[in-house]
Design a protein around this ligand. Structure first.
Ligand code: NAD
Ligand code: SER
Length: 338
């Protein structure tokens, strides 16, 4: 483990003492940095089932290896480090979950239950992301309302709906300060996505910069809601600091930033890399999941209840992704030349 959390501070309006589960994944690896900027390196305990990836992040501050389902180990970390807030990010994503549904239920549900039980005993606030995967084929596809039909057909979606309800239950029954958003597909450039249906929207930028071409596993006209990582982080931090009196939808706020299909994304990339080519080799499993999800969410409740407003649209995100990935590639080739 990388060390103990520093002393001082509390949750209310000041520096929190935070534990992140699944913190080495796509979201966690960037949440850690943002939360440490805000609350101090020593106030943010990074945990994950794995400790064999991202050595530099593991060594950058407090770290503990933790299976989120292990309630006793989680309890010891929470009491030992006097944690007041848990960001619960450990989960299996939609495509991986479909290859091992029972394991996905075990990790996604028993991990959450352990977190909620420890939070109940130790008085912690909890952030848990839900997903566009919590909707299904008979949900309205366009401007999907905040409160609507939720009959998902993927095991990932089943766990996300159950998780939303369980978090609501722990708030109502035990007063645990549970909060969460329904994230769309998240696009980022630090840690690769962990096996979701929206991963193509990240891979496409890497491929555009590396080779100028991409073979997409979803059909070109498949619309899905997406969001750039800085907005995803902002959503979590803003919701966790929001006035609880104003929150009616605690655990499942629709949040939206942009909607596009692979053809739209390729067209925007061609503004900056005119020779970019996209072709298609459809993966039937991920295509079926994508077809069952909304095209775009209506996020009025998040805007009204805690002031949600995204900063990035498709063009702004594309410019930033290409800038970062091109610069990184330049650094790598310069290092190779030395
Ligand atoms: P990821 O797959 O990139 O990372 C998940 C992390 O959890 C991994 O580092 C993995 O090692 C860890 N993990 C797996 N099982 C564990 C266990 N039993 N105990 C502890 N750690 C375990 O996922 P992500 O993209 O960072 O997603 C984080 C959360 O956000 C998930 O709840 C996911 O459903 C949600 N979400 C993500 C997206 C997205 O586009 N990335 C969109 C909507 C919602
Ligand atoms: N990006 C996630 C997935 O595809 C959405 O929750 O699984």
């Amino acid at each position: 483990m990388g060390g103990n959390l520093g002393s001082g501070g509390g949750a209310a309006g000041g520096r929190r003492r935070i534990l992140i589960t699944g913190g080495l994944g796509q979201l966690g690896s960037e949440f850690v940095a943002a939360l440490r900027d805000l609350h101090g390196v020593d106030h943010v305990l990074l945990t994950d089932l794995r400790d064999d990836v991202n050595r530099s992040l593991i060594q950058s501050g407090p770290f503990a290896r933790l299976d989120a389902r292990d309630e006793r180990a989680l309890d010891e970390l929470v009491t030992g480090h006097r944690i007041d807030t848990i960001y619960h990010l450990a989960a299996l994503l939609s495509a991986v979950a479909e290859t091992a549904p029972q394991k996905a239920w075990d990790i996604n549900m028993n991990g959450l239950l352990a977190v909620l039980e420890v939070a109940r005993r130790r008085g912690c606030a909890v952030f848990t992301p839900s997903s566009i995967g919590a909707f299904g084929p008979n949900t309205p596809k366009d401007w999907t309302p905040q409160d609507t039909i939720q009959r998902p057909t993927s095991i990932y979606g089943v766990t996300k709906v159950a998780g939303e309800l369980l978090c609501d239950y722990y708030y109502r029954k035990y007063g645990v300060d549970t909060r969460g958003v329904r994230y769309p597909g998240i696009i980022s450039n630090k840690t690769p996505p962990g096996g979701g249906t929206t991963d193509y929207a990240v891979e496409i930028y890497h491929a555009a910069v590396a080779t100028g071409r991409y073979v997409c596993f979803l059909a070109g006209d498949t619309y899905l809601d997406m969001m750039y990582m800085p907005d995803a982080i902002k959503a979590a931090l803003d919701l966790m600091e929001a006035d609880p009196e104003r929150l009616r939808h605690r655990n499942a706020f629709n949040v939206s930033a942009m909607t596009f299909c692979p053809e739209d994304q390729a067209a925007i990339i061609r503004r900056y890399i005119p020779e970019f080519e996209i072709s298609y080799a459809i993966d039937p499993v991920r295509q079926a999941i994508a077809n069952s999800w909304p095209n775009n969410l209506e996020d009025y409740a998040a805007r009204v209840e805690w002031g949600w407003e995204p900063a990035y649209d498709l063009d702004a995100m594309t410019r930033d992704m290409l800038r970062v990935l091109t610069a990184r590639r330049g650094e790598v080739s310069r290092e190779g030349a030395v």
